[in-house]
Design a protein around this ligand. Structure first.
Ligand SMILES: CC(=O)N[C@H]1[C@@H](OP(=O)(O)OP(=O)(O)OC[C@H]2O[C@@H](n3ccc(=O)[nH]c3=O)[C@H](O)[C@@H]2O)O[C@H](CO)[C@@H](O)[C@@H]1O[C@H](C)C(=O)N[C@@H](C)C(=O)N[C@H](CCC(=O)O)C(=O)O
Ligand SMILES: Nc1ncnc2c1ncn2[C@@H]1O[C@H](COP(=O)(O)OP(=O)(O)OP(=O)(O)O)[C@@H](O)[C@H]1O
Length: 515
């Protein structure tokens, strides 16, 4: 490919060289340098990649995209004067944005070949994207998905470093999706991804804003809540049709900044009808009401009614009030796509989202579920909504990650003590810390609540204990790791999946009962 073919959407200054030269690949990691590569030097949060310019030139790269003058680096590269002259240098104001625009061109603008659906929000991104995928697939569409659980195309899952991967990886994935015959791409759009220009140049057909609460604020993420909110709202300035959760405390502020064709959805947990709402502000385009919590021997979830621009009754096979919100986002969106109600209904009744309120076992004996809640806010909303099912006992099996803020241990201990009937403290990803030390930190706060707890540091044994000692009608929530299929100990990831341990134990239980 000739470099100039990739430059249509890029604003740049040609510092030296020419653009009518061969370019085969775009790289943003110096370790992939070689002849034919275009090196985009990004100023990182840890490293300024301009310092790798001598290395990439030595490795054979002859095209550089830079944010600043690189005379010093050119001096240090060891090339002859003639060789240096042959290097093409493009100066851009933002290399991350340049990477996004170049990557889109490099892969032939694959996002334009797909119906693009983006979901942002502090919570609910993974669940909502999986619900949309399940509905579209039930309607016979081929869908690609990108998010925390990886890039999913058909049965093939490729793990990703980030919830919203780097722009180059995104366009590569879109190209693979288009190649595989996908018509729709549904992806999680993190605020950090927006801030880091990973989705620059993509115009989403549909954008969803699920909710926002303080999170991801810190040295390498957002400076403060205002910045976090700002970047989250950018999705609704970069899509044709937007959907906003009217239940969210910041919905009005988000509405003011949105520039798309905007619709709202809401959940009336108190059972009131759309017609009974008093103010215009309280009305939404899509409303869920008449919510019932259903716990049957083979089905745990909710039933509710949707009214407004779309009407249907839903039986949702994933428990919890917040999942009604997630389902409302998914159904409202799918209502624009002209899908049959029976397909939507079937998909939601049988929905399973890997590690998100995932019911692994349910019978008259007990219900066991896995969830990714790994901080106090998520844990609190999870335990509160599980109470709506009136379990005999609510048992929560959890730990906390090592080498992370200790505040999380104290706050999760406090929530467990207050909201569970029994907490079983165990290992999460202990990393370089001793599991016993982490549990001791949790113990410190749980003891103050007077809540009942026990300690079983081995996570497998903790899960086995919970299930083998269940009382009829118990609900057991195994939380913190969700879809993760490993336990990280001393820098090594050992295979471990909560769901598998639950399934093994349930089998053991069945065999014991037969004896
Ligand atoms: C703080 C942050 O967002 N960092 C992201 C950023 O890394 P960075 O560019 O700052 O990294 P850096 O190490 O300073 O390197 C700078 C540049 O030097 C290059 N380099 C580096 C070494 C070398 O030898 N040669 C070389 O060329 C690197 O390839 C990079 O281009 O760009 C990388 C590539 O896209 C990301 O993987 C990385 O995410 C890190 C792992 C991260 O933890 N990010 C979190 C904060 C994040 O993005 N989270 C969101 C939100 C999730 C949610 O909502 O739950 C997400 O979307 O994942
Ligand atoms: N709409 C929601 N509101 C509040 N909590 C939610 C909601 N949806 C899911 N949760 C809780 O948050 C956890 C993470 O859910 P999910 O993975 O769907 O969200 P996410 O936005 O992708 O989160 P993360 O950024 O932590 O990966 C779930 O395990 C559940 O406990």
């Amino acid at each position: 490919m000739v470099l100039s073919n990739w430059l249509n959407e890029l604003e740049y200054t040609l510092i030296q060289g020419n653009t009518d030269i061969q370019a085969d690949e775009i790289i943003y990691d110096s370790r992939k340098a070689g002849p034919g590569t275009v090196f985009v030097a990004m100023t990182g949060t840890r490293i300024d990649a301009h310092c790798f310019i001598p290395d990439v030139l030595k490795a054979g790269t002859r095209i550089l995209v830079t944010e600043r003058s690189v005379e010093v680096e050119m001096e240090a590269c060891g090339l002859t004067g003639e060789e240096k002259k042959q290097v093409t240098i493009l100066r851009v104001s933002d290399a991350r944005r340049a990477l996004a625009l170049l990557s889109a061109a490099r892969f032939g603008y694959p996002a334009k070949k797909l119906t693009m659906i983006g979901v942002t929000g502090t919570k609910g991104k993974t669940t909502t994207t999986h619900m949309i995928k399940a509905i579209l697939e039930a309607a016979g569409k081929k869908v690609g998905l990108i998010g925390t659980t990886g890039v999913v195309i058909g049965d093939h899952v490729t793990p990703t470093m980030n919830t919203t991967p780097e722009s180059y990886e995104l366009h590569k994935a879109f190209a693979q999706m288009a190649e595989a015959g996908c018509t729709h791409a549904v992806m999680e759009v993190s605020s950090q991804g927006i801030k880091m220009h990973r989705v620059d140049g993509i115009l989403f057909d549909y954008g969803i804003f699920t909710n926002i609460s303080p999170d991801h604020i810190g040295p390498d993420e957002h400076a403060d809540f205002e910045e976090y909110l700002y970047y989250k709202t950018r999705l609704l300035t970069n899509c044709r049709v937007g959907l906003l959760n009217a239940n969210d405390g910041h919905a009005e502020a988000v509405k003011k900044t949105a520039s798309c064709e905007l619709y709202t959805y809401r959940v009336d947990a108190d059972g009131s009808e759309e017609g009974e709402r008093k103010t215009e502000e309280e009305k939404a385009d899509f409303t869920a009401s008449h919510i019932r919590y259903v716990s049957e021997p083979d089905f745990v979830g909710t039933k509710f009614r949707i009214s407004g621009k779309y009407e249907m009754k839903v039986r949702l096979g994933i428990p919890g009030l917040f999942n009604v919100e997630n389902a409302m986002a998914a159904v409202s969106l799918c209502s624009f796509l002209g899908l049959g109600r029976e397909r939507i209904s079937h998909a939601l009744e049988h929905i399973r989202v890997n590690g998100r309120m995932e019911i692994v076992y349910t019978s008259s004996r007990c219900t066991v579920l896995v969830d990714y809640a790994h901080n106090a806010v998520s844990m609190e909303s999870l335990l509160k909504t599980l109470r709506d099912y009136h379990p005999r006992r609510l048992v929560c099996i959890f730990g906390c990650g090592g080498n992370r803020s200790k505040d999380r241990r104290y706050s999760m201990g406090e929530i467990g003590g207050r909201l569970a009937d029994l907490s079983i403290l165990t290992a999460d990803n202990s990393r370089y810390e001793k599991t016993e030390d982490i549990i001791a930190d949790i113990r410190g706060s749980i003891e103050k609540t007077g809540g009942k707890f026990m300690e079983i540091p081995d996570r497998r044994e903790a899960i086995r204990y919970g299930i083998l000692n269940a009382q009829p009608g118990d609900m057991i929530a195994v939380i913190g790791k969700g879809h993760e299929d490993y336990q990280e100990i001393d820098g090594v990831r050992h295979h471990f999946l909560d769901r598998e341990v639950i399934e093994e134990t349930v089998k053991e239980l069945g065999e014991k009962e037969k004896e």
